[in-house]
Design a protein around this ligand. Structure first.
Ligand code: S3P
Length: 172
């Protein structure tokens, strides 16, 4: 099935965006791009290093440039960092594309993050607080923004990445 526009995967850390993007891209025979990987490649530092050396606003500037570039290339599947939707220009860049919001509960997200090897490099603390409190707080603040951007909502609880990819394909 050819893609008519990009599929952007949004949602909190640990909802499986990168893995699902790869699976979807295989089905479409197109590229999967992870916005954070591209950002790190361009900048030469990890997300955690950018946060530590220049702060979150600088990371968001770099992220905004990456999102702008990704929204104007040929149809592909893009996994976005969990906070990419915070900036209005990014939300505008998503318009006209498919946008799938991958959902999971705070408990599931915490479990997945605890067992995920990329956490340290790519996922610096967003609040300075404990992990579970941070997930609850940041997720609650972001829910309406994810909702506003999403053209489809995808439950990832108790589902494999392949099942999540199937759900997205059904909803496209
Ligand atoms: C962030 C999520 C991360 C990364 C950065 C900030 C966030 O991406 O962009 O650490 O604000 O939620 P993932 O959602 O891919 O972990």
């Amino acid at each position: 099935m050819p893609l008519d526009r990009c599929v952007f995967l949004i949602g909190y850390r640990g909802t499986g965006k990168t893995t699902v993007a790869r699976l979807l891209a295989e089905r479409f025979g197109c590229q999967a791009v992870d916005a954070d990987h591209l950002l790190q490649q361009r900048d030469g530092r990890t997300v955690a290093e950018i946060f530590a050396q220049e702060g979150e606003p600088r990371f968001r500037d770099l992220e905004q440039q990456v999102v702008a570039d990704l929204a104007v290339v040929d149809p592909q599947v893009v996994s976005l960092g969990g906070g990419a939707v915070l900036r209005e220009p990014n939300r505008l860049a998503l318009k006209g594309h498919h946008v799938a919001w991958l959902q999971a509960s705070p408990t599931t997200i915490a479990e997945r993050l605890a067992s995920d090897e990329v956490s340290a490099d790519q996922r610096p603390s967003l609040t300075g607080g404990g992990l579970f409190a941070e997930i609850e707080q940041v997720l609650a603040a972001r829910q309406p923004i994810y909702q506003e951007c999403a053209t489809m909502v995808v439950d990832t609880e108790n589902r494999s990445p392949a099942e999540v990819a199937d759900d997205i394909l059904r909803q496209l």
